[in-house]
Design a protein around this ligand. Structure first.
Ligand code: HEC
Ligand code: HEC
Ligand code: HEC
Ligand code: HEC
Ligand code: HEC
Length: 296
């Protein structure tokens, strides 16, 4: 081994580079920067729940259709590049919520590679792009950045403070002011049309519905209270519904929606000897969700 190579290997072992030092040029580099697989060593239950969740496959679509195919297809949307090589991060306004780390930690070359991968329907490659533990517990854990600063690259953010956290990169856990608030989820679950783009896009709107319909009607629960109810003391990271598990999702929706139907059938005496059959049907559909369903 060359001396220089050897030295840099030693230096890397002694002074591990912060994971976020440089911007990613490739999908693999971006995936590695936010890779959370080592979290499974100590948080196995949470990891297994997350792995099955929609957050673990935000670029894959439900069920099984690559959800950004149109953007990668020339002429299909105003964002679509004529040639995949011309793709930039701006080709995908969807990154705002489906892959926020791309906007802060990737070069345009990642958008080019993604566009080529979508055209080739290379699902294995695209599946590497996920809303990992690090996205929520670092990148999305601070909202008031003017006051609190950017997320610390050497810390995770949680519900509690921890001076020593055994992870090799994130050696402590700081308290996030928003982790247990609906605002945490509202960052991606949408208020309405996203008017900041040159061509506005609209996808999830549910946080708007939560704020403007559920709360004013007296609703008092947070997203986390309904969707992350602790199982054996740990916040449930499946964050159901999960559209790849249709039986479970059907059960949840059945529990969430009630249908009350009352009918009255009678014959209306229009004039002597003329009876007109009539029916009155009153239906009431009620939902226990904290927002409209379905959304989007
Ligand atoms: C404001 C944040 C936001 C933006 C911007 C956004 N999405 Fe979404 N999208 C979501 C969320 C959150 C969900 C899942 C929850 C829901 O639908 O209520 C979702 C769900 C979807 C779904 C249905 C689930 C699936 O993966 O098949 C599709 C398709 C989709 N988005 C495509 C897109 C595309 C394409 C763009 C860009 C043109 C985009 N979204 C932009 C937040 C967003
Ligand atoms: C979509 C965002 C999101 C993702 C992804 C996510 N978390 Fe969380 N996590 C949260 C929120 C929000 C809470 C706080 C829940 C509460 O207290 O109601 C939380 C709580 C936790 C807690 C404290 C659990 C408890 O109940 O004491 C741990 C530990 C944790 N997460 C680890 C992880 C790990 C490991 C991963 C990846 C496998 C992960 N999280 C992925 C949002 C997320
Ligand atoms: C070597 C073991 C180990 C590894 C690896 C590890 N953790 Fe932890 N982590 C712990 C322990 C122990 C705690 C404290 C007890 C608990 O909350 O489970 C903790 C606590 C946390 C908390 C704080 C929970 C709270 O109270 O708010 C979060 C968030 C968290 N870990 C996320 C992660 C993420 C994300 C990764 C991967 C990048 C990770 N951890 C890797 C051991 C580990
Ligand atoms: C970084 C952005 C982001 C954050 C933060 C986030 N989500 Fe999501 N969430 C998404 C996206 C994107 C999807 C859709 C993935 C897909 O299927 O394409 C999704 C999917 C879901 C789903 C599955 C149902 C569906 O329609 O896909 C639920 C439920 C959900 N999120 C709830 C939450 C809750 C509760 C929180 C807060 C604890 C939260 N999310 C935080 C982006 C986010
Ligand atoms: C009062 C409880 C409650 C609150 C609060 C709540 N939800 Fe829900 N949510 C539900 C129920 C019930 C469903 C129906 C499916 C299910 O049971 O999982 C649902 C469904 C969803 C879906 C799937 C939407 C679809 O198109 O079918 C998403 C995404 C979601 N919630 C996210 C959120 C987010 C983000 C918040 C906070 C802004 C939130 N929820 C607040 C109870 C709640």
């Amino acid at each position: 081994m060359h001396l220089f190579k050897l030295l840099s290997v030693i230096l890397c072992i002694v002074f591990p580079l912060p994971a976020f030092a440089q911007k990613a040029q490739t999908i693999d580099e971006l995936a590695a920067m936010f890779d959370s697989s080592r979290c499974a060593d100590c948080h196995d239950v949470i990891y297994a729940q997350w792995e099955k969740s929609q957050h673990a496959r935000p670029m894959m679509g439900t069920p099984g259709i690559l959800n950004m195919t149109k953007l990668a297809t020339p002429g299909a949307t105003p964002f679509s590049p004529a040639d995949p090589k011309q793709a930039t991060l701006k080709t995908y306004p969807c990154f705002k919520c489906h892959l926020p780390q791309a906007l802060t930690h990737a070069e345009d070359s990642v958008a080019v590679e993604l566009t080529e991968a979508i055209i080739a329907q290379d699902k294995a490659k695209i599946a590497k792009l996920q809303i990992t533990c690090i996205v929520c517990h670092n990148q999305k854990a601070i909202i008031h950045r003017l006051e609190e600063g950017k997320p610390d690259p050497a810390a995770l953010y949680g519900v509690n403070e921890m001076d020593a956290h055994e992870d090799e990169v994130f050696e402590k856990v700081k308290k996030s002011a928003v982790m247990q608030h609906s605002l945490m989820c509202g960052q991606c679950h949408g208020l309405g049309p996203n008017l900041e783009f040159d061509n506005p896009v609209q996808c999830a709107n549910l946080y708007g519905s939560y704020l403007h319909a559920y709360i004013p009607a007296g609703g008092s629960q947070t997203c986390q209270e309904c969707h992350m109810k602790p199982i054996d003391g740990l916040a449930d990271h499946l964050i159901a519904p999960n559209w790849d598990d249709i039986p479970h999702t059907t059960k949840l929706l059945q529990e969430a929606l009630s249908l009350d139907v009352q009918t009255l059938g009678y014959e209306w005496l229009e004039n002597a000897k003329t009876y007109v059959p009539k029916v009155i049907v009153n239906t009431k559909v009620a939902s226990t969700a904290g927002h409209r369903i379905p959304d989007g």
